[in-house]
Design a protein around this ligand. Structure first.
Ligand code: ADP
Length: 163
């Protein structure tokens, strides 16, 4: 059985991410969201918080599960019989990095296919960094993130401002 793997930092998960996961869940019978712990990237949310966010906002999809992975994506994907990595493509600026990653993963393990879903035009401008920047100033991010995690984001940045 093919398994769609939606990998990412999800720091935090945005409506753009959620749209890609929702569409993958319609295209594949099974989807695993892989919250990648990248040791070279400083994250605002801990891996546990990010997994909790993704679980809460994807609970309505019957075929989506969430895991965390501290390692190379290609090693994670190798655990599945027919792994298909699904990535969202926002703009040309995403393309070069995504193309390089897809080819590198394919070189390391030819069984690992990557497909790209064009970002919905509503979300092509949206990134987790933008959400964090806006939330960092205490401004409203409700149009960018799922409502279930809005309170967590506000609290995180409120606490930081109070430090
Ligand atoms: P990474 O650190 O691996 O880039 P991200 O959490 O930033 O992780 O993104 C995970 C995936 O979601 C990537 O394929 C990215 O291109 C895609 N993505 C990010 N933001 C959006 C968006 N607004 N619309 C569609 N896809 C997106």
């Amino acid at each position: 059985m093919q398994t769609a793997i939606c990998p990412g930092s999800f720091d935090p998960i945005s409506l753009g991410h959620l749209d890609v996961i929702r569409r993958a869940s319609r295209l594949f019978s099974r989807v695993v969201v892989c919250v990648v712990v990248n040791r070279n990237k400083h994250s605002a949310f801990t891996p546990e918080e990010r997994v909790d966010h993704v679980r809460r906002v994807t609970a309505c999809f019957g075929n989506v599960s969430v895991e965390t992975w501290d390692g190379l994506l290609v090693d994670y994907a190798a655990r599945f019989e027919e792994p298909v990595v699904v990535r969202g493509l926002r703009a040309l600026s995403d393309f070069e990095y995504e193309f390089m990653m897809a080819l590198t993963n394919k070189k390391m393990n030819p069984r690992v296919e990557t497909i790209f879903l064009a970002a919905d035009e509503k979300y092509t401008y949206l990134s987790s960094s933008t959400v964090k920047e806006i939330a960092g100033y205490g401004a409203d991010v409700s149009q960018f993130v799922p409502p279930e995690i809005l309170g967590d984001i506000q609290r995180k940045f409120q606490n930081r401002r109070n430090l």
